[in-house]
Design a protein around this ligand. Structure first.
Ligand code: DWN
Length: 408
């Protein structure tokens, strides 16, 4: 893969911001593994041709998604509710037939979304290459195939199950560098009246909230509707609806279908126009974003250092993939953040990728509350604020970097 060319259009990329050497976002590790840790050069660039903002380089799939993948989707109660509503939206839509439904989910993780279809005995298939999370889904009775999706796999699925009327994905499409091949596969798999429904963190929110931590090894693209419309058009697939979502700090749900089959919602032109006003099709927007990111880094380092100087204790709240970018880009290690608490067993008693801050369980946080907790899972802030009333009542404070670095 040529890092100077767009992964989709093969046209030159304009480099916009350099995050320096980064480890794997989910590469939590033991002490013995410190000296063989994986790093790559992380920078983002914009293609004027495809309008895709993208990583210039990305590690191999097998480095990131494997039998010890550290992120389990069902760790958030808020996300469980969100995906229940997502499936209800599909059940109640005109896209869902009463007769022969076959629902395919790309990157089903532990089954948080597709479980809602399995429970209703709807014919379904989850595709999940990371074996450990796929096994959790299988344990729930979900039919899962553990492979990376590509055009070839679409043909295999068709010969075994037939074509799908719903092809869905949540926080997955933005992980895939080979989108041309994958979209060809999706198109092949889709019935003539079928619909592709997927959602991902939204570029409009990343730019306005300066949430640069949405970039890490796994997120090779952060999409705009402009880019998605252009990309799928090449395959005669039409963007028929857009629905902004509050999840993951601001996401967009995209609906696509074979061209001309469904009427296009007014939302499509409305949101596309908003994006043009925001300049999501212009290089200058991403140059300005780069300045915002540098300022955010300086402000954060300054705040953490001044709190430390006052003798305050600071912990990280949730060892998110996003936190890997913040910590490594800002050079924040155990000298500034004492520990990070996380509820995911596979991350606990390990160290954060790159900066090697200890990851501890939730009990430790309860027993050793810090003066300040950096909200690395800022996207789950509503759920966390609800849960942490005691911490705040006893004087604990949260820190965030979105949209500005501040004490909450
Ligand atoms: O796209 C992706 C998104 C959907 O999920 C993946 N590439 C990887 C992952 O990214 P992330 O790790 O940044 O996602 P979250 O959902 O922000 O991470 C939540 C983490 O926070 C989990 O490790 C669990 C933890 N957590 C916690 O310790 N206490 C979460 C909540 C809500 C809590 O109360």
């Amino acid at each position: 893969m040529n890092k100077n060319l767009c992964k989709v259009s093969s046209q030159p990329i304009i480099s916009c911001h350099d995050f320096g050497k980064q480890p794997l976002g989910n590469g939590f590790l033991n002490k013995e593994e410190f000296d063989k840790e994986y790093f790559f050069d992380m920078a983002i660039g914009f293609s004027k041709e495809s309008l895709l903002l993208q990583l210039l380089e990305q590690p191999e799939n097998s480095e990131m998604f494997h039998e010890e993948y550290a992120f389990f989707s069902s760790t958030s109660e808020g996300m469980k509710k969100h995906f229940k509503k997502f499936s209800d939206d599909i059940f109640n839509s005109k896209y869902f037939n009463n007769d022969d439904n076959f629902v395919v989910e790309l990157g089903c993780n532990d089954g948080i979304l597709i479980d809602n279809f399995a429970k209703k005995n709807i014919r379904h298939l989850g595709i999940e290459p990371s074996l450990n999370v796929a096994d959790v889904a299988r344990g729930k009775g979900i039919n899962v195939i553990s492979k990376f999706f590509e055009k070839k796999l679409a043909s295999e699925i068709i010969s075994k199950y037939g074509k799908a009327n719903i092809f869905m994905a949540a926080n997955v499409m933005c992980h895939i560098p080979s989108l041309n091949d994958v979209i060809e596969g999706i198109k092949l798999l889709l019935k003539p009246n079928g619909v592709i429904i997927f959602e991902d963190p939204y570029l409009g929110d990343v730019i306005t909230k300066k949430s640069y931590d949405q970039f890490y090894d796994e997120h090779v693209f952060i999409f705009s509707a402009l880019a998605i419309q252009k990309l799928f058009e090449k395959f005669n697939l039409e963007l028929i609806n857009l629905e902004p979502q509050l999840t993951h700090g601001g996401s967009m749900r995209y609906y696509l279908a074979h061209k001309g089959f469904y009427e296009k919602s007014e939302n499509v032109d409305k949101i596309i126009n908003q994006e043009l006003n925001l300049g999501l099709n212009k290089e200058i927007t991403f140059r300005k974003f780069s300045d915002d990111v540098k300022k955010s880094r300086n402000d954060l380092i300054k705040l953490l250092k001044s709190l430390k100087k006052e003798g305050k204790t600071i912990a990280g709240y949730a060892a998110t993939s996003k936190s890997t970018t913040i910590l490594n880009y800002c050079g924040i290690g155990p000298d500034l953040i004492d520990y990070i608490t996380d509820t995911t067993p596979i991350k606990q008693n390990k160290f954060s990728p790159g900066m090697h801050i200890p990851i501890v369980d939730y009990e430790y946080f309860k027993n050793n509350p810090p003066d300040y907790a950096f909200l690395f899972a800022w996207n789950h802030s509503k759920e966390i604020m609800e849960k942490e009333k005691d911490f705040m009542h006893s004087g604990g404070k949260f820190l965030t970097h979105v949209p500005e670095v501040r004490i909450l």
